[in-house]
Design a protein around this ligand. Sequence first.
Ligand SMILES: [Zn+2]
Length: 116
Amino acid sequence: MKHTGSCHCKAISFEFEGPEIDSGLRCNCSICVRKGAVMTAFIVDPDEMYIDDKQGLLEHYEFGSGVARHYFCRACGIYPFHQTLRKKDHYRINIGCLENIDSLSIPYEIFNGASL
Ligand SMILES: [Zn+2]
């Protein structure tokens, strides 16, 4: 099914194809624990991700190996999605940025990213 989302100021919006979202994922690695977001348990193929960033406000942060890319909006600071360490160029999405889903009412698992 198609999911749509945006950052807080809506400068960045996005769409992707994925399964129905009935659970999420949180991670205890050094950056995820600071964001505190509930992410998609599945990853999104780059071919199935459409990002609309007309104002060029999408920025990303890298650390460590530089494989993962942690995106944020330069206007509102919100993290909408990142490209994962585990599967290069593939996305996990911040469920809190999606329409029609309450990210705080779905169950989630905790991924032990701190151990990597
Ligand atoms: Zn924004």
